[in-house]
Design a protein around this ligand. Sequence first.
Ligand SMILES: CC(C)(COP(=O)(O)OP(=O)(O)OC[C@H]1O[C@@H](n2cnc3c(N)ncnc32)[C@H](O)[C@@H]1OP(=O)(O)O)[C@@H](O)C(=O)NCCC(=O)NCCS
Length: 271
Amino acid sequence: MVRFCHAPGISRSGVHYGVRGRTPGEGMALADTPQRVFQRGTWPGPISLRRGWARAEARPWNDAVDDATLRLVRGGTGFIDACVQRLTHLGAPSVYSSPLAPSARKPWESAGFVEFLELALMRLALEPPVPAPCHLVVRDDDYDVDQMLSIDRAAFDPFWRFDRTALVESTQATSKSSVFVIRDGDLGITGYAVVGYGHAISYLQRVAVDPKWQGEGMGRSLVRAAARSARRHGSKALLLNTQRDNEPALGLYEAEGYVQLPESLAVLKAG
Ligand SMILES: CC(C)(COP(=O)(O)OP(=O)(O)OC[C@H]1O[C@@H](n2cnc3c(N)ncnc32)[C@H](O)[C@@H]1OP(=O)(O)O)[C@@H](O)C(=O)NCCC(=O)NCCS
């Protein structure tokens, strides 16, 4: 499952499983409690949870929200339940799932999760050529995370903001990705987009424009640059998800030819 827009991504923090020199809560199974989950990494921060073959990644939702977000790599209801217990034990008031397709919800629901919000899933066919951006959009291989975070903070409500971990994860959710920016002279950037490349399908992970510059066509230019790049990589379609009530984003995507898929994604919540 690939992360795009708001789903938790793949944590690559290389922390050992051993118990020697561990920080509290790290690298140990709570053998005397029902959760019995091995934890790699320190909370609050990205952690990996493991029990036998089952594996999941978790982190705080963002730096404004203490709740945890949990991404199941493999495992079933019992493991999800154990992860929730573990995260609650670590102090997370609630746990959110990654955005889930209907077919993936069953084990979560059996573990007590209920639907929290629905996300629209949109697709752009990349067979037809994508029109050129109207602004100078550049691929930034040396992107400035602080500048991107400051755009994100200005553009999104606190719940939907990326923190540093989430932003970096959005660039690492696929094995290859690009960041596109529109520059504001030498001062900084006015907006950015993250696209993650798959084979047949690529993912528009994020797009945000500084509110000072919204309504000038920059969102459109960023989205086009991302789509053209995915097309050059050989993808047949670009997928994204967004909140159902995000009218500017839905308006932009629909105007650019994205079609809402009948299947939606849902973030489920426990606790
Ligand atoms: C969504 C967003 C990127 C749009 O950027 P923007 O630069 O303001 O958009 P543009 O000026 O390029 O507008 C392009 C088209 O989008 C649509 N659009 C833009 N703002 C809109 C609004 N407030 N309501 C409805 N449609 C809107 C219109 O169709 C517009 O075309 P038009 O100007 O010819 O009517 C920007 O509003 C933003 O950063 N929002 C917060 C972050 C976000 O929600 N990101 C997407 C979710 S991952």
